[in-house]
Design a protein around this ligand. Structure first.
Ligand code: IFM
Length: 413
């Protein structure tokens, strides 16, 4: 059994942020200036197409979020819409995102805005994307424009979503564009993203100061798994250490050292079992044991469901001494009762960490809507709200209603 934590009183702190997350490319539809758009077509994957038509239907989606008692929502800005050609910034698109954010605020929902969530403008990709060291100044320029426009309406920012997942899927596994397999390029990409965050973070704070606005809270959203050794061998313990350093805490250490971390955004889904059988770099750094040594329930993509791992991750993060927001946590499943179980068990883990002094200030379920799950297309169902992609009809799931009670009361029954 994967879950074995027993709790008494499950009451969350006052002012806790409750809600859900989305990303632009996964819900908006028709992001044809983004690099995924031609790539989906070129490789014959299920295309994102209209997705959830959230670009137009956002007021309706936010009405639903409001009716579910959400007081926070994480969304992202599609860089390619704002800057479809290098140096050309579209005021109409900037205004669109201002309208989106104001639509949240009008419903009493606090926005958390992500500036980069996996996709790049095509022109940026064609000139080497994040491999190119000029990526840092290009991203900086885009963030500078967006921050100046949105600062009056936004307090919480995520500069880059899951840099380790972007770098590994695109440059180690070759699964996402540009489908490269190179450790050197992975390192370059990761370094550029790290440096971009640091520079953008300081510039954003400066902009808020110049505009005489109160300080924003800025971070990255880091994908964190519980890294669990299958046996206690020296090799496995080493691998756990290396993985935690490279994929989890390395970037947080660096940006904390550069004083560019106001909080930590945690995207938590699963665990990673480690049982090394070889000595290659892949063995140490990313290979996951497939032997199912300690079986547990899985989501529809086959990821282990491991709620107690979230507690372990949160305890590891305590040393940074900054607030933590769960910026994503969710399950893809066709069985909605599994979704509620998943949410409940993970909330218990969070509560346990809070009761031991970890400063968790919010929980954003992934995702508000079923959406385009990257290379997996529309098959996985992560949403609190079910999508009928033929009719664009939205149906609130039972799990969403149960979660709505927690959002309203701050109490988990
Ligand atoms: O859909 C993704 C999201 O874009 C980033 N974090 C993980 C989610 C589920 O795979």
């Amino acid at each position: 059994m994967c879950s074995d934590i027993i709790f008494a009183m499950i009451q969350f702190p006052k002012n806790f942020l409750w809600g859900a997350a989305t990303s632009a490319y996964q819900v908006e539809g028709n992001n044809f200036n983004s690099d995924w758009w031609p790539w989906e077509k070129a490789i014959g994957k299920q295309p994102s197409g209209d997705a959830c038509r959230h670009y137009n239907l956002y007021p309706q989606d936010f009405d639903l979020a409001q009716s579910l008692n959400h007081n926070a929502h994480r969304l992202s800005i599609e860089w390619a819409r704002i800057e479809p050609r290098e140096g050309e910034f579209l005021q109409t698109e900037i205004q669109h995102y201002i309208d989106v954010i104001l639509a949240l605020r009008a419903r009493g929902i606090e926005p958390m805005v992500t500036l980069h969530h996996f996709t790049n403008p095509i022109w940026f990709s064609q000139s080497g994307a994040w491999e190119n060291k000029r990526s840092v100044e290009r991203f900086f320029r885009y963030c500078d424009v967006v921050t100046k426009a949105l600062a009056p309406y936004v307090h919480y920012w995520i500069t880059i979503n899951e840099p380790s997942i972007y770098a590994s899927h695109s440059y180690i596994f070759g699964a996402w564009p540009p489908q490269i397999k190179s450790y050197w390029k992975t390192k370059a990409v990761y370094d550029h993203m790290t440096w971009a965050h640091i520079q953008v973070y300081h510039r954003m704070h400066q902009i808020y100061q110049e505009m005489k606005l109160s300080k924003p809270a800025i971070s990255i959203a880091q994908h964190l798994q519980a890294v669990v050794p299958c046996t206690d061998s020296l090799r496995n313990r080493w691998a756990v250490k290396l993985r935690k350093k490279w994929f989890h805490f390395g970037i947080l250490d660096t940006i904390a050292r550069h004083k560019a971390l106001d909080f930590i955004g945690v995207n938590y889904y699963s665990r990673q079992m480690v049982d090394l059988t070889g000595w290659g770099p892949g063995n140490f750094v990313h290979e996951v044991c497939q032997n199912n040594h300690t079986p547990c329930r899985k989501n529809s993509l086959g990821w282990d469901i491991y709620p107690q791992g979230l507690y372990l991750v949160l305890k590891d993060l305590q040393k940074y001494n900054v607030p933590i927001f769960i910026t994503e946590n969710g399950i893809c499943t066709l069985e909605d009762n599994e979704r509620w179980e998943f949410i409940k068990e993970h909330l218990k883990s969070i509560h346990k960490a809070i009761s031991e002094g970890v400063d968790v200030q919010g929980y954003l379920y992934w995702s508000l809507l079923d959406n385009f799950e990257w290379a997996e297309g529309f098959v996985p169902r992560f949403g609190l709200i079910a999508m009928n992609y033929d009719t664009q009809e939205r149906t609130v799931r039972e799990s969403a209603r149960k979660y709505a009670v927690v959002c309203k009361t701050g109490i988990l029954q």
